[in-house]
Design a protein around this ligand. Sequence first.
Ligand code: ATP
Ligand code: PMV
Length: 453
Amino acid sequence: MPSSPTAVSAPGKVLLAGGYLVLDRQYTGLVFGLSARINVVAQEIRTSQGVQLSEVVVDSPQFLEAQWRYGYHLAPGNGGFKLTQLQVGSNQINANPFVEITLAYALTYIVAAAHLKSSHVFAPVRLTVLADNDYYSQPHSSPSSSPSHHHHRFAKFPTKLKDAHKTGLGSSAALVTALTAALLTHYLPASAFDLTSATGRRVLHNLAQAAHCAAQGKVGSGFDVAAAVYGSCVYRRFSPSILTGLPEAGAPGFAPALAECVASAAWDVEVAKEGTVVRMPPGVALRMCDVDCGSQTVGMVKQVLRWREADGDAARALWDDLQARNEALGAVLSSGDEPKEADIAAAVARVRELVRNMGVASGVPIEPESQSALLDALRDGVDGVFEGVVPGAGGFDALALLVRDDEATEARIKEFLQSWSREKGGSVRLLGVKGEMEGVRREGLEQYDGWLS
Ligand SMILES: Nc1ncnc2c1ncn2[C@@H]1O[C@H](COP(=O)(O)OP(=O)(O)OP(=O)(O)O)[C@@H](O)[C@H]1O
Ligand SMILES: C[C@@](O)(CCOP(=O)(O)O)CC(=O)O
């Protein structure tokens, strides 16, 4: 009997306050999960009786040529599973390192940590990835223009995934987290992995962080994976040294090292969400704007860290002040009494001020002038917009706004952004996403009608 399909989803992220600081364990980030989710459905592939296949198929049916098929085998010297991408039709192989590395990590972990025999055979599986449309800024067959009932939530994009313009909501972290969660839930008994338990989430978090760092080729703060697992939180990063001894997937010793790493007590990450540590007050929404003006700055993190190194005491004083203002913003948002709109606006403005100072001091366009002008115009010209920031690393790509949570405000923002885009050139657009508290979760299958083959 094939097992029944398993569906999970993980949210996107926005770092409302704490960009750069959160790279250092002495500081924290104010992280919000977003209502845009990446869903993964795991289904057993039926094979003819007696036929055994070591195969995993990953499909992203919203995009062109987005299927990745892998065979896998155990690598010698306890190296865990090594994957080999198989050609699909006559198409050139297009690698997806986030998918490939996550599969290698999750399958290896399942065998190594669940004490399965190393000769363990997995029933072949198909994983279908469905992402909420706001992760990508391409025009698409929107729900209203698509009469077919099964396209009501997930759009078809007329591009390959590599050509899709991402909006920066953390698709890779949500993907890695949801894929890992789907595989662990699908292959392990509930007694060995339970997504809803604190232990299950810790295993998922540690494994997804390790896989995401390997796929990215660098160790960031990891706030995006934390948001995908835990949802909105105050985040203090893990010490990067936890990952330094880990061999590459497939290299000798990888399997036991991964199991040990995931279970290690050295994970010193702190995720605070109990009580009212992080939340949006009633009547307030966190909204995102996509700023698609084409300019991008690379190396921002390096340059800010270089300034911090060089400026020593002055930089430390600025970061300490900014941390206090970030915490004050968190406190205003989560205070038991309903905060006044003016208090929210003032707390965000105080954060913005020091972020701008950090940008000037480091020479990095964290809140570039064009973004300052847009934020000021929204705040001063649109009723219901309290304040906003350039989130995360800053730059030209996005804005996060704190606004009154009603349709009239939403309509005013949209209208304002249309005329702003017309007058200034470029394209600024309000996304549909809102801040949301919940992290990874199991999903029912009904919402994927028409997408599962
Ligand atoms: N729908 C999807 N199906 C399969 N893989 C996906 C999908 N969406 C994203 N990915 C993977 O994630 C990668 C994009 O990750 P990247 O970290 O560059 O962007 P992001 O996480 O969305 O943005 P940011 O890090 O700026 O928040 C893609 O190249 C692909 O490997
Ligand atoms: C600059 C940094 O603190 C935030 C980057 O955030 P984003 O990718 O711009 O959302 C880097 C990090 O936390 O890994």
